[in-house]
Design a binder for this molecule. Sequence first.
Ligand code: 3PG
Length: 306
Amino acid sequence: MPKVLVATEKPFAPAAVEQIKAAFNEANFECEFFEKYNNQDELIEAVKDAEALIVRSDKITQEVIDNANNLKIVVRAGAGFDNVNLDASTAKNIVVMNTPGQNSNAVAELALAMMVFQARNQFNGTSGTELLGKRLGIHAYGNVGRHVARIAKGFGMKIFAFDPFIPKETMEAEGVTVYDTAEELYANSDYISLHIPANEHTRESINYNLLAKMPSGGTLVNTARKEVINENELLKIMEDKGGFKYLSDIAPGNASLLKEEFPERVFFTPKKMGAQTAEANINAGVAAAQQIIKYFKTGDTTFKVN
Ligand code: 3PG
C-alpha cells in the first residue's frame, strides 16, 4: 500500500481534496494531506516516510529530497516545476512529473480578468478603455497562452504570438499572427500576456530593452513567474515610460515601492491565485493522483520532467 503525501502550503479546494482521496482509496493507496504548513522544517519532517508526493508551488529543495528516504515520485500538480530540485531528485532516482494543461484555463481567465480590471482603471468608476480591437501579444504559446488566445478572441482582440518552440503553422491555424522575435511582439502589442517558464534561460529575461519597445500605454500581464522579470529594470521602465502598466499574479520583490510610486499603473494579487479555482484544483490534483497510481502499478512515466 504505497504511502502518498499531498503537501500543499496553499490547499486545494475541498472538492478537489475529496476527489484526490477517492482516487487513492479506490486504488488502495494510503494518502495523507499536509496543508498550510508554516515552514520548510515542517515539510522536511512530513515527507520522511512518504513514497509519493503531490505538491503545488511548494519548494522541494535538496534538503527536502535528502530527508525523504522512501520517496520514489514527486508530482507537481500544475505546469511549472521550477520549485522542484530536479538534480537532487534525479540523483536519488526520484521521478518528477508535472500535470501539463490541467490548470491552464484558470490561469488564462485570470490574465484576461486583470486586463479588464486595468482597462477600467482598476474599477475606480472613472472612464476606462475596452479590449475590443486592441493588440494582444502572447509570449509563449503553450497551454495557458492558447487559452488566453481563445478567450481574447471573444473580446475581439487581435491576437499575436511569439514562441520559438511551437510550429508557426500551429499558431496560425488558430488565427494567431506569429512574430519571429520577442522584440517584434513587444513593439506591436498593446497588451503582453507572459507565459514563459522560469529556468536558467528565461530568468530576468524580461528587461528594460524589451519593455522599452512596447507602445506608450502598453500593459504587461504576468501570470507566469516573477523570476522572469528583471525587477530593477521594471522599476526603471515604470519611471521612464509614463503610461506603462504592470499587472502580476505574483508580487515582485519591490512590490511595495511600485505600489507606492505607481498605484494606478500596477496591480498584484495578494497571493498567487491563477490556478486557484475548484476546477483547476480538481483537474490538476486528480491527474497527479492518477499519474502516481499508474506509475506504481505499471511504471508509466508519461509527463516525467527529469
Ligand atoms: C503552475 O505552474 O501550474 C501555476 O503557476 C499554478 O501554481 P499553484 O499550483 O501554486 O497555484
